[in-house]
Design a protein around this ligand. Structure first.
Ligand SMILES: Cc1ncc(COP(=O)(O)O)c(C=O)c1O
Length: 458
């Protein structure tokens, strides 16, 4: 509880060094146990300085989300109930809650009610699961049973992904046996969007089974691929279209932002995270497939000792690449019910408005340039410094911001240029958090640039 009470105001970065954490945690492991209250008190004390305030309002690294109190409470219940969510027989409640939450997810994301939903660990497994369904379907169409016969000797599958595809798409292609080197990279524009005429051209170069991976929300810029044009190109070739919308798919919940996703419903599968923009605790992602049959055929399992759900009910393990697991559905169900459709819309739009405010604040500094088109919740800024000084000055600015502790930012390299990412996806972030953070960021940039001018050779 001490952590949650302090999360809004504590130093946002972890202040402990690895050796401090090892010294505090690496206590002797003895024959005799230690009383639980002592263990928990000592654990909380030992890790405190090693925790980032990633659940708080000014952690803008990666795309982190937060934990809305109701989802956190439901997750505590899930842990206390200790339900195995694999099978209806093991937990009827966990099965039915995922059945209901699936419908609500499809409703809030505007996806076909007949699609199937797997409650996976995160975006990585959502992409992997959806692409397993893609692999099943495109090979089944040419008479190849990949689940039985594997990929050795199978007709080659042409997998096309944008040049700015997320690393987890490539990891998924490795896991699924496509080989990341054999995946074809489609050129993207300056915001990281697939250029659909290039995709058209590349798709026309092959004729066999094909899978296209598009993206809704590039991790640096927040940009959306032109999904309608991509859907046309995929349809012309009967290619499977997958959309990685780890955070961007939530734009569907906003009438104001939905246009960014034009054409997304025409895809065959979608991946998104609940632990990002829905703000449920880690770990929680969603693999959504238009053909429930392809989804189950690719990933489901059965065994003599596993009784199927009665009356055509849901066995959650048919939709995820794991069997026994935590009952993730309780947190998603509770958060969606508490927020309602309008609460999800508000959460998404508020974060985007705050991103616009952050961009305006940072863009007003003579030391910083906003380098992306801020269409969603991502702001990408670069220092206004000579190119040869950018790498060192950018790293020094990020380091200074983290040591200051007002907010937490990550770095990236965008189109060869070192830049700083600001990602806003926490339910508790306010305008005041943005203004405080912007002044910490501009102050750090100014200090670093004036130091580097002072130390530059004359
Ligand atoms: C576009 C995109 N896809 C996939 C992922 C991976 O999600 P996860 O970290 O939940 O596996 C991310 C993470 O930021 C992302 O931005």
């Amino acid at each position: 509880m001490g952590f949650l009470d302090s999360v809004d105001e504590r130093h946002v970065d972890a202040t402990a060094k690895p050796e401090d954490l090892r010294a505090a945690l690496d206590v002797p492991f003895r024959d005799e146990g230690v009383p639980a209250p002592v263990v928990l008190d000592e654990l909380a004390e030992a890790v405190d300085a090693g925790l980032t305030a990633s659940a708080g309002p000014r952690f803008f690294g990666f795309v982190t989300g937060g934990a809305h109190p109701v989802g956190l409470a439901a997750d505590w219940l899930a842990a206390a109930w200790d339900q195995n969510a694999a099978l209806y027989a093991a937990s009827p409640a966990a099965a039915v809650v995922e059945e209901v939450a699936s419908r609500w997810i499809l409703d809030v994301l505007g996806l076909p009610a007949s699609a199937s939903v797997g409650f996976v660990t995160g975006g990585q497994m959502a992409n992997t699961t959806a692409l397993a369904a893609a692999r099943h379907e495109v090979l089944a169409r040419v008479g190849w049973d990949v689940e039985q016969d594997g990929l050795q000797g199978a007709p080659p599958v042409d997998v096309l992904v944008g040049d700015a595809a997320h690393a987890t798409i490539l990891a998924a292609t490795r896991v699924l046996g496509f080989g990341s080197r054999r995946v074809r990279r489609v050129p993207c524009d300056a915001e990281g969007r697939i250029m659909s005429f290039e995709l058209d051209r590349m798709l026309s170069e092959s004729s066999g089974p094909a899978i296209v991976c598009a993206q809704a929300g590039e991790v640096n810029t927040g940009a959306f691929d032109p999904l309608d044009e991509i859907a046309d190109a995929a349809a012309a070739r009967r290619a499977w279209l997958h959309v990685d919308g780890a955070f961007g798919l939530w734009a569907a919940a906003s009438p104001r932002l939905r246009h960014l996703l034009d054409g997304y419903r025409r895809a065959d599968s979608w991946a998104t995270d609940a632990h990002k923009w829905l703000n449920v605790p880690y770990d929680s992602g969603l693999a959504i497939v238009s053909s429930a049959d392809a989804h189950r055929a690719a990933i489901g399992l059965s065994a003599e000792y596993l009784p199927p759900a009665p009356g055509g009910g849901r066995d959650n393990c048919m939709y995820v690449p794991e069997m026994s697991r935590r009952a993730r559905g309780f947190a998603i169900y509770s958060t969606l019910r508490t927020l309602g459709r309008s609460g999800v819309t508000d959460l998404v739009e508020r974060c985007c408005d705050l991103a616009t405010r952050m961009a305006a604040n940072l863009g007003a500094s003579p030391h910083l340039r906003v380098v992306n088109d801020v269409v969603l919740n991502q702001v990408l800024v670069a220092l206004d410094a000579p190119v040869d000084r950018l790498p060192v000055a950018t790293a020094a600015t990020i380091d200074r911001i983290r040591r200051d502790g007002t907010c937490w930012l990550g770095g990236t390299t965008w189109r060869g240029m070192p830049a700083i990412r600001v990602s806003i996806s926490n339910w508790s972030t306010t305008e005041d958090d943005i203004d405080r953070s912007a002044s910490a960021i501009t102050g750090a940039a100014e200090a670093v640039l004036s130091e580097s001018v002072a130390s530059a050779p004359s």
